[in-house]
Design a protein around this ligand. Structure first.
Ligand code: NAP
Length: 287
């Protein structure tokens, strides 16, 4: 049986590693804050002492970490993955980062004789718990094939997008759409309520038209109820918008709408809502 390493047990990682364990897989877990390993150890996971040790011990190591800085630290840092990878073992980074970060890590993995795949995910806490994520993979095709059984446990659909960087580019492009939709929902609710309408009525009308979608159905009532426990932390969406803006600069694509949405997310982060759910942008719209 393939043994899987798993680095990063935040909102997404905890749910994904749990599904691997429930499917009967051998999983070795590591998290910067070791306390987050405990629930997984109770389900039968084994503890890894460092990213280096996990990458040396497991045929295939997954990571899902906050941002480019976290990915670089876990890979290039002291006792990082770089020191443990090799022997055609695989490293699959599922974090949302920029193509440059993915490319640098890919080159370093290959140089050490390992295989690299980027595989950012579409879907949030609930799809992660339900094993219903969508993987946006790119890089070593043999590793994609080897990782597919695990992807099938953690998700419902895999895309193989070719060369490293395309997974990051795809993820940033689609998250910009998501953030724009969320901002439009928040402003529509704020406008309607300010004009005397009931928020619940606005959500109900939206649900009947061509704009109906699962995200509005989930986040509309959450905004109205002020329920902002993090499913997708607001600060991570702002990071994605920042990275999407940088991608726009790189390929000379103007993104004026996304720039305005990014400003809303930044304002919400500065106001102290970064660790709340992304729907908490509504707080700054309602002020
Ligand atoms: P999260 O709950 O904030 O977890 C972040 C993880 O990164 C934690 O394990 C954290 O460790 C680790 N980390 C942060 N900085 C680190 C560092 N310098 N060194 C080592 N580890 C570090 O985030 P999440 O929601 O699981 O998201 C993880 C990734 O998936 C992000 O790239 C996010 O954009 C992406 N994503 C999230 C969602 C979602 O709905 N939540 C959906 C799709 C994609 P500690 O526990 O020690 O802090």
């Amino acid at each position: 049986m393939t043994s899987y390493g798993f680095l990063g047990l935040g909102i997404m990682g905890r749910a994904m590693a749990t599904n691997l364990l429930k499917a009967g897989c051998e999983v070795v877990v590591w998290n910067r804050d070791p306390a987050k390993c405990e629930p997984l150890l109770e389900l039968g996971a084994r503890r890894g002492e460092s990213p280096q040790e996990v990458a040396a011990r497991c045929e295939l190591t997954f990571a899902i970490l906050a941002d480019p800085a976290a990915c670089r630290e876990v890979f290039f840092g002291k006792q990082g993955v770089q020191a443990g990878i090799g022997g055609r073992r695989g490293y699959v980074d599922m974090s949302t980062v920029d193509a440059g970060t993915a490319g640098e890590i890919a080159a370093a993995v290959t140089e050490r004789g390992g295989r690299f795949l980027e595989a950012p995910v579409s879907g949030s806490k609930k799809p992660a718990e339900d094993g219903a994520l969508v993987f946006l993979a790119a890089g070593d095709k043999s590793l994609f094939d080897d990782a597919t059984p695990a992807f099938e446990v953690m998700g419902k659909k895999n895309f193989y997008l070719g060369e490293v960087g395309n997974g990051a580019r795809m993820k940033l492009a689609i998250n910009q759409v998501l953030a724009g939709m969320l901002a439009a929902l928040g402003e529509g609710l704020a406008l309607g309520q300010q004009a005397g309408l009931a928020g619940e009525d606005i959500v109900a009308v939206l649900a009947e038209g061509a704009m109906a979608n699962p995200m509005f159905k989930l986040k509309g009532p959450a905004m109205l109820a002020g329920e902002f426990a993090a499913h997708f932390p607001l600060k991570h969406m702002q990071k994605d918008l920042r990275l999407a803006q940088a991608l726009g600069e790189e390929v000379n694509q103007p993104l004026p709408a996304a720039a305005a949405v990014n400003a809303i997310f930044k304002r919400a982060c500065v106001a102290g809502h970064g660790d709340e759910d992304m729907a908490a942008i509504y707080r700054v719209m309602k002020q």
